[in-house]
Design a protein around this ligand. Structure first.
Ligand SMILES: *Cc1c(COP(=O)(O)O)cnc(C)c1O
Length: 407
């Protein structure tokens, strides 16, 4: 009977085979082919089982679901195989993963560099709460390698980047920043939520950690929050023990099961997300009401060469600008038939949302230099629509946008 695919067989398999089979095996008792959902919070223990996580070893029996759970473990294995990582630690959300990494690695007196434009909640917590712990944070446009080099200090412990970054779709050269970080004795973490492992494998380019919001493309269906940190055992075994289990923001087994199911079709879905986004971006670019379109797959993207080098798939997120974005947003809310006016991205449903530059520069992003503001303006002007192209037929998405664009 098949227990689980041979590690060698799987490591030589294609991405779609990995997405279907990694982390999965038929149930030895029932022979069920699909993975079981194990919701139990506790597990019947041996008499010599310990009560503190300090004594936990990697191959111990399951004890308590906050420490580890068979369904969550399957998902962690699948993610590690797809990202080419030694191991993975899952969290209740992408933010849970990001903050656990910061808290685990940094202590008072350390310096960390963070992308000046990143997921808003990450930006906001590194503006306030993290500095309150005595950790020094510099906000740097990490697309500018000179700015990265200039911001490195003797106590720089971590560089945290997002590429493409949310919401601008500005890219950072992972290999170049990895070598700057390592030369300075610092570690590099990459939030690869927008790129996904179908596009970019940051660990192979020299990054030490990869973060994903599983809520987006990897889960893919808009029905489960989740997050993950991937990397080497050297860092992630202690991170699980010392931080993840004690912080407690672990992934629910039910969400793990939904995300596991979503991930089976992940490489297939990414092909269609990209195909749809390319068609929509090209259509928007020639539309008279559209001032600018930013999409890594368009030759007009300011970093298209880097995108071609670093992304095997340009993913499904587009930003575009129109005159009078606020009024257009109201019209989209009223008129769109199939595209939902909603935050989030990476779902099978197409989603669109308006992000106003003036608001975001007040609440979320501390851009202090003229270069930083210029870069914001190049990518976002006074505001952008962020469109996450879903899996509907591209012609229908274009038809929907066409009838809802202000005439
Ligand atoms: C959504 C998102 C996050 C946060 O993920 P949650 O699952 O909502 O906590 C982090 N980074 C990026 C790039 C995101 O798009």
């Amino acid at each position: 009977m098949i227990t689980s695919p041979d590690t060698d067989f799987l490591s030589n398999a294609g991405e779609q085979t990995k997405a279907v089979h990694a982390g999965e095996s038929p149930d030895p008792v029932t022979k069920a082919s699909a993975p079981n959902l194990v919701m139990s919070t506790t597990f019947v223990a041996d008499a010599d089982a310990g009560f503190s996580v300090e004594g936990m070893e990697e191959n111990d029996s399951w004890l308590y679901t906050r420490w580890g759970n068979p369904t969550v473990h399957r998902l962690e294995q699948k993610l590690a195989v797809l990202e080419g990582a030694e191991t993975a630690v899952a969290f209740a959300s992408g933010m849970g993963a990001a903050v656990a990494l910061l808290i685990h690695l940094l202590r008072a007196g350390d310096h960390a560099m963070v992308s000046d434009v990143a997921y808003a909640a990450l930006s906001e917590i590194t503006n306030d709460k993290i500095p309150d712990l005595g950790i020094e944070i510099s906000k740097v446009n990490t697309s500018d390698l000179n700015a990265v080099e200039a911001a490195i200090k003797a106590n720089t412990r971590l560089i945290y980047i997002e590429t493409p970054c949310n919401p601008l779709l500005r890219l950072t050269d992972i290999a170049a920043v990895a070598s700057l970080a390592h030369r300075a004795g610092a570690l590099l973490a990459v939030d690869s939520t927008f790129a996904t492992p179908a596009a970019t494998k940051p660990l192979a380019l020299g990054a030490d950690f990869v973060i994903h919001s599983l809520t987006k493309y990897l889960g893919g269906h808009g029905d489960a929050l989740g997050g993950v940190i991937l990397g080497n055992r050297e860092y992630l075994v202690p991170l699980r023990k010392k931080t993840a289990i004690r912080l407690g923001g672990v992934l629910s087994p039910f969400n793990a099961w939904l995300i596991l199911r979503g991930m089976a079709t992940f490489p297939l879905r990414m092909r269609v997300h990209e195909e749809n986004a390319l068609k929509i971006a090209a259509w928007l670019e020639q539309h008279p009401k559209v001032k600018q379109v930013i999409y890594p797959g368009l030759p007009s993207h300011p970093q298209h060469e880097l995108a071609k080098r670093q992304m095997k798939n340009f993913s499904g997120i587009i930003t575009f600008q129109v005159e009078n974005g606020k009024e257009q947003a109201r019209r989209f809310v009223d008129k769109l038939q199939i595209i939902h006016y909603a935050v989030s991205l990476g779902h099978h449903r197409s989603l669109i949302f308006y992000l106003n530059s003036r608001d975001l520069l007040k609440t979320s992003f501390n851009l202090s230099t003229r270069e930083q503001l210029n870069s914001w303006n190049v990518f976002a002007g006074d505001g952008i629509f962020r469109l996450s192209a879903g899996l509907e037929d591209a012609d229908d998405l274009i038809r929907d946008l066409e009838q809802a664009l202000l005439s």
